[in-house]
Design a protein. Structure first.
Lengths: 109, 113
């Protein structure tokens, strides 16, 4: 079945450094969503991208959908301790979602 | 977005017993899903809860082990049957309505002794 891989699996950064996680698929994706899960919490929806080459920004977060719609990235500028958590990408078909493997981010103060 | 109430939030159970998890939404939603998230892992879809009919299970999950009910458009239950330590996990319900993105309940943290 369809798989969505994320890299890196883990990332430790110093507060103030930038962070990027990448989401890759071997097949073309109709859309991509990004979720954040804080330690002990549940996944929280951040954004959805649907168009080839689409770029969206939320404050310090920049989301990008690749031109071929097979990959996506989430970039955080100047990380803060509140950015700690696991970031998942996901793609949805007609009725269900497939989640990426996730990137766990630790921010060192 | 929809407000999702999931109960219980956590439980510790004896092996061989069963636990039913409830998911209540404050508005009617088209799709309801049940996921399992093992420690440090991603989310794995167990099944799609269909209103008024049998749930649609993903590969590796069967109705005898994870019976699901969805009597209406705002409520669903997932039962984890005949539990073993391998069932220790977080179980999450989620909902999706129309073009809206998927939203999750707080999850049920289940430990089996």
């Amino acid at each position: 079945g369809q798989q969505v891989m994320q890299i890196p699996q883990y990332q430790h950064v110093q507060e103030g450094e930038d962070f990027t996680t990448y989401c890759n698929s071997s097949t073309t994706l109709s859309n991509i969503q990004w979720y954040k899960q804080r330690p002990g919490g549940h996944p929280v929806f951040l954004i959805q991208l649907v168009k080839s080459g689409e770029v969206k920004k939320q404050k310090r977060l920049t989301f990008q959908f690749g031109e071929a719609k097979k990959n996506s990235s989430l970039h955080i500028t100047a990380t803060q301790t509140t950015d700690v958590g696991t970031y998942f990408c996901a793609t949805s078909g007609t009725y269900k979602y497939i989640f990426g493997t996730g990137t766990r981010l630790k921010v060192l103060a | 977005s929809a407000v999702i109430s999931q109960k219980p939030s956590r439980d510790i159970c004896q092996r061989g017993t069963s636990l039913t998890i409830q998911c209540q939404v404050d508005s009617q939603v088209t799709m309801m899903f049940w996921y399992r998230q093992q420690p440090g892992q991603s989310l794995t879809l167990i099944a799609t809860a269909n209103q008024g009919s049998e749930a649609t299970y993903e590969s590796g999950f069967v109705i005898d082990k994870f019976p699901i009910s969805r009597p209406n458009l705002t409520f669903s239950t997932l039962t984890v049957s005949n539990m073993s330590p391998e069932d220790s996990s977080i179980y999450l319900c989620s909902v999706r309505g129309g073009d809206q993105p998927q939203h999750f309940g707080d999850g049920t943290r289940l430990s089996i002794l």
